[in-house]
Design a protein around this ligand. Structure first.
Ligand SMILES: [Zn+2]
Length: 64
């Protein structure tokens, strides 16, 4: 069986692990209400997409 030729020090392991962090998702702000939204998605709060109302917002439809 193959064995490691050299000892992995704490520092070399930590240096390798420095690239393990996950990238944070890109977050935009809604032009209408200012809520944080994912790019290329309609706003979940007000249903606006590209400056016009495209999707019926859930909050208004559930109340009626
Ligand atoms: Zn919005």
């Amino acid at each position: 069986m193959g064995l490691p030729s050299q000892k992995r020090t704490k520092s070399s392991g930590k240096r390798r692990a420095s690239h393990f962090a996950l990238a944070k998702p890109a977050v935009n702000k809604c032009a209408n209400c200012g809520t944080s939204i994912l790019p290329h998605h309609a706003c979940k709060k007000c249903g606006f997409f590209k400056g016009a109302k495209k999707v019926a917002s859930k909050t208004k439809s559930t109340k009626k």
